[in-house]
Design a binder for this molecule. Structure first.
Ligand code: MN
Length: 419
C-alpha cells in the first residue's frame, strides 16, 4: 500500500494525464431470485453496493446508496468529499427506512473508487472489495468489515476455512444501521497499465485471488474481463449476486491515430463545408451581380439586350435574353458597331436601355442631318437650274432681240433698195 502511495510522488507538480477505460456487469447468480447488488459507473466515480435485508429491502438499500453517490458525484473531488458522500448515503438509507421505504434494518455495503489525476481514492464499508492489478501483482486495497476478516486477523481461522464458514456473510460494518458509521478511505497513486477491480462478495467469495488474477490478465478489454469474472463466479456455483467493475488506467493519448484521423476527417469536412459555403456565397454574389447587370450585343444585324454578363465565367454563361431593340447596327457609328460585335457591358438593364435610346437618337439625328444635307443639295441644284433657265431665257431673248435687229436692218435695206 505504502509502496503505491509513494509511487510517482515526483510527478505531482505535473501529473501524467490518464484516461479510464471500464466495463461492468452485475448478475443475479445461479441461486438467488433477486439481485440485491447495485452498481454505479460515472467516470471517474465507480460504486459497488451489496444490499441486505431480504424481501427486496436489500435491493432498495443498495439502490439508495448508489443513487445518493450519483447525486453527490459532482461534489466529490478528494478523499474527504468521497467520505462525506458515503456518510450521506448512509443517512439516506436510515431516513428512507424511517419513512417506510424499504424495511427497518436494511443495509448495504459500499466500495467506491474515485480517480483524479494519478490519485485513486477508495471508500469502504462492508465486505465488497477493491483490488488493484499493478505490474502483474493483484493487491487487495480494502479490508473487509466482516466477522471472517476479524477472525482471520486474530489468527483464529484461515482464509480457506472462512470461505466455507457458516457465519461467512456476517458483516461488522454496513450502511443503513448506524448514523455514526464512517467508511475507510484509502489513497493510492495509479499509473498507466494499472487495472482496478471493484466487486461484491458474490465474486470474491467464489473466485479465489489466483483465479481473479488469471482472469484479470486474460483480456485487455475491461468489459470482456467483467463478463469473464461473472462467468467464473457462476461456474463456481453462483450462490450470491455477482457484481464486477473493471477500470483500466491508460495513458491519455493526446491524439491517437484513430482520433487524429477522425479529427483530420473532421478538419477536411469543415474545410470543404466552408469552401462550399464560400463558393455558394461567391456564386450567389456573382449571380446577383449578373442578374442586376445587362449588356448589349450585335446579333443578326440589330442590337440585342441581355441581362447578365458578356461572355462566360469558368465556362458558365450568366445571361438572360431580354429583347431585340430593333436598332440597326449598320446605322451606328463605326466604333460603336465594332464594340457591339463583342458586347458592351452595362451597370444595369436601365443603363442598357438608355444606351439603346441614345443609339436611336443618334440614328434619328444622323437621319435628320442626312435629310437636311440632301435637302440642301437639292435646293442648291434647283437654284442652279433656275439660274441656267434664266440665263437661257436671257440668251434666248438676246438672240431674239438680235434676230429682230437683223430683221429690222434687212427691212431697212429692202426699203432703201425699193426707194
Ligand atoms: Mn453479496
Amino acid at each position: 500500500m505504502n509502496a503505491h502511495k509513494n509511487r510517482q510522488r515526483g510527478n505531482e507538480a505535473q501529473p501524467e494525464a490518464l484516461a479510464l477505460n471500464y466495463g461492468s456487469r452485475t448478475d443475479v447468480g445461479r441461486v438467488r431470485e433477486q439481485n440485491e447488488d447495485s452498481l454505479l459507473v460515472r467516470e471517474p466515480l465507480f460504486v459497488v453496493a451489496d444490499g441486505m435485508g431480504g424481501h427486496e429491502a436489500g435491493e432498495v438499500a443498495s439502490e439508495l446508496a448508489v443513487n445518493t453517490m450519483d447525486a453527490l458525484s459532482a461534489t466529490i473531488i478528494d478523499g474527504a468529499t468521497l467520505k462525506n458522500a458515503i456518510i450521506q448515503s448512509n443517512r439516506a438509507i436510515i431516513n428512507a427506512a424511517r419513512t417506510g421505504v424499504g424495511r427497518p434494518g436494511m443495509g448495504t455495503t459500499m466500495t467506491t473508487a474515485y480517480v483524479t489525476g494519478t490519485t485513486l481514492f477508495v471508500g469502504q464499508v462492508g465486505d465488497s472489495r477493491a483490488y488493484l492489478l499493478h505490474g502483474g501483482i493483484l493487491q487487495q486495497i480494502t479490508h473487509d468489515h466482516s466477522l471472517m476478516a476479524e477472525l482471520i486477523e486474530a489468527g483464529q481461522i484461515t482464509e480457506e476455512e472462512a470461505r466455507v464458514h457458516p457465519n461467512r456473510s456476517i458483516i461488522t460494518r454496513a450502511l443503513g444501521n448506524d448514523p455514526a458509521t464512517e467508511p475507510d478511505i484509502f489513497e493510492l497513486t495509479v499509473e498507466a497499465g494499472d487495472r482496478l477491480l471493484l466487486c461484491s462478495d458474490g465474486l470474491s467469495g467464489l473466485v479465489e485471488d489466483d483465479e481473479l488474477l488469471r482472469i484479470l490478465q486474460q483480456s485487455p478489454d475491461p468489459q470482456r474481463t467483467a463478463d469473464l469474472l461473472v462467468a467464473a463466479a457462476n461456474a463456481n456455483g453462483g450462490h450470491d449476486n455477482i457484481t464486477a467493475i473493471v477500470v483500466d488506467v491508460a495513458k491519455m493519448q493526446p491524439l491517437s491515430w484513430r482520433k487524429r484521423n477522425h479529427s483530420l476527417h473532421a478538419s477536411i469536412l469543415a474545410f470543404v463545408i466552408v469552401l462550399v459555403l464560400l463558393c455558394g456565397v461567391a456564386v450567389g454574389g456573382i449571380y446577383l451581380y449578373a442578374r442586376n447587370s445587362a449588356y448589349l450585343i450585335a446579333e443578326n444585324g440589330t442590337v440585342q439586350v441581355y441581362r447578365g454578363l458578356v461572355g462566360s465565367m469558368a465556362g458558365i454563361s450568366l445571361s438572360w435574353y431580354v429583347e431585340d431593340s430593333g436598332v440597326n447596327v449598320a446605322q451606328l457609328a463605326q466604333s460603336t458597331e465594332e464594340r457591339l460585335a463583342t458586347g458592351i457591358q452595362c451597370d444595369s438593364l436601365e443603363a442598357a436601355q438608355n444606351t439603346v435610346d441614345d443609339y436611336r437618337t443618334q440614328i434619328d439625328d444622323n437621319q435628320k442631318l442626312t435629310a437636311e444635307a440632301s435637302a440642301r443639295t437639292e435646293s442648291a441644284q434647283s437654284t442652279s437650274t433656275a439660274a441656267a433657265s434664266a440665263q437661257a431665257a436671257a440668251s434666248a431673248s438676246a438672240a431674239a432681240a438680235s434676230a429682230q435687229a437683223q430683221a429690222d436692218s434687212a427691212q431697212a435695206a429692202a426699203a432703201s433698195t425699193n426707194g
